[in-house]
Design a protein around this ligand. Sequence first.
Ligand code: ADP
Ligand code: MG
Length: 745
Amino acid sequence: MKRPKSNNRHQARLSESKEIQLLNSWLESQKPESGSNPLSLPPPTSDAPMPGPVVNGEFPPYAGATRFDQLPISRHTKDGVASKKYTVMSAIQRASLPHSLCGRDVLGAAKTGSGKTLAFIIPVLEKLYQARWGPEDGVGCIIMSPTRELAAQLFEELKIVGKNHGFSAGLLIGGRGGKDVDEEKAHVNDLNILVCTPGRLLQHMDETENFDCSQLQILVLDEADRILDTGFKKALNAIISQLPKRRQTFLFSATQTKSVQDLARLSLQDPEYISVHAESLSATPKRLRQYMMIVPLEQKLDMLWSFIKTHLNSKILVFLSSCKQVKFVYEAFKKLRPGIPLKCLHGRMKQERRMGIYFQFCEKRSVLFSTDVAARGLDFPAVDWVVQVDCPEDTAAYIHRVGRTARFTSEGSSILFLTPSEQEKMLENLKVAKITLHPRTPKTDRMQSVSGLLSALLVKYPDMQYLAQRAFITYLRSIYLQRDKEVFDVLKLPIEEFAASLGLPMTPKIRFLNQKAKGKTRPPKEAPPEQEDNFEENELKDDVKVPERKLKMVKSVEEAENDILLAKGETLLENEPAVSATRILKKKKLKINMHRPVGTRVVFDEEGNMLPPLAALADMESRDGVLQLDKVKERYKKLKEEMKLQDQEDKLLNKQRLRERRTKEKMKWKRGREEEEEEDEDKEEFGSDRKSGNGNAKRSKIYFESDSDGEGEKKGKKDAGIAADSISIAEQEALALKLLSSMHS
Ligand code: ADP
Ligand code: MG
């Protein structure tokens, strides 16, 4: 770097307030014009000490800056960025930072893997720093992500870049145990920056006493189009209604929302629309090689198996359409031992396990079977191949899925399997979205068939047969529920052959298809394709119920509300809170004893006749209408005793219920443990190296819970240790930090 070394010392010597004052003058005096494109401006020529005035008291313009150290940002942030070894800014960073730093709302669109995260983390830190935000100021910034894994990743990035600042930050995501929620509740008001999923944030807004966002300075939506999508609509509206309108807002995604309505909901103020790759000839990264192959449905597994067998030295991410598909393919292939470690990730998994798999896939060469839960934002290092076995629901989904490879400056490849019926329209859609694929012809002579092996597996393991049936039905249903009827037509699928290809001895009956054929049912008009896994618990015996959305009416409120949150893939899990459709404003939690019906208390008179409750009191009045105090007192005493007794009963009942729940959880946990152990066996089988990051990673001070250091040794005993059920948040976070720092160093 050309900058004189004295700069560092010079800036370090400035007191905080002096620095803030200078930065402020710099930001104000060189503000880029609203609507201007900083990418078209020349870079600053001067390398004079910053942020001091340069020539004649003038600050250099920062709108053309190409390096982080040319920006009007604090020393703390500069050092944080430098600790990640970043010096040169990416296009989206260069284009958006000049606007966001001077206080504007930003709508940023840039290809996957182009560094959008830093484009919002830097102005967040700077805004709070300039406002001299302190612990007593509470929540100053909310960063929202549609999935828990992405939230965790953003949190890690924030911790590293913001480590020199004194802010407290917390990761609030669902799927952690009740104890963790309580812990979060105790601390959430002390946090300055919340990184969260919408569901968990809403849970705190509802349940945490005195939870206060009224001073919020910045709201960030990462993967904004996804959060603004129907699936999160109600949750987001409820959240927004509790945030102050005067704030800075950033929306970032590779596929940006264009809906004016969406933007109106967020009350953006004269936002800067920054779309750095809009003119680009391709919507996907240049370094990404994209292939497609026509694969008949019944040959998909053969093709996938052959692909894996011929790419044993690659890190491969495989997308399938539903949890059931993922589970079946993972379990089946695992038993067939391809010679590379296999992993699976979907929304029906326990959060700790999900997190563990995420970190393992970051670290190691393996094949990860996943639903769209891994489609957005995740920055797995060095993925060689993205294989889309099932067609994405639309072009945006395609862009995000393939975006898991070829990130930043690395290269990568992707292959999309299309069935003959999907091919024509899907390719047309992709072309319109500026995505060009290279066709590949399957080498049938080298294809290895697994259908026969699967049949044998299903005979040997009856559980597998059940999984195969569920995979079969959820796949068909997902196609049936797809919005784009021109691409997806369930009636064009070779159903018998598909069942056979999964190893099923007979084709399961699919009631909704029969009814459709008879014209009795029509697919829901506006049905998004995401619901398949939400119907799963009470169906799939041998056939499936008609997947009308009306079905939800019979579900419990909680289930239905989960469905709302779960829309478009299972981004949130069972512990995510419910969103009430009508609830917009803050509600206090009501304690209602469900087991004691209201107004049904029965009172008898001395002769054993039933009296309405008030009559019992009326009876205590003397003929002349004066209340006989002693009788009233006696009655109250009796009532009190009754209530005490009832209370004790309630407590007992509650205890019992709690105990049952704990036992159930323990059982589940045990099962999870066994699965994890099985996986560990796999690891050994494949002789994979299990290097864990060395335990000397420094903890940043922006932790939301108290630092309990000295646990490092204990944690180190198991790599990623995530399998262990009882891992605390502190451990998880320390581990995450450790893994990330070893990853990036
Ligand atoms: P996006 O959100 O656009 O998909 P990310 O923010 O996840 O992309 O960044 C992709 C990768 O590039 C990450 O590993 C990130 O650490 C890295 N990165 C971001 N900005 C820079 C930069 N200026 N220089 C080098 N690497 C960067
Ligand atoms: Mg991102």
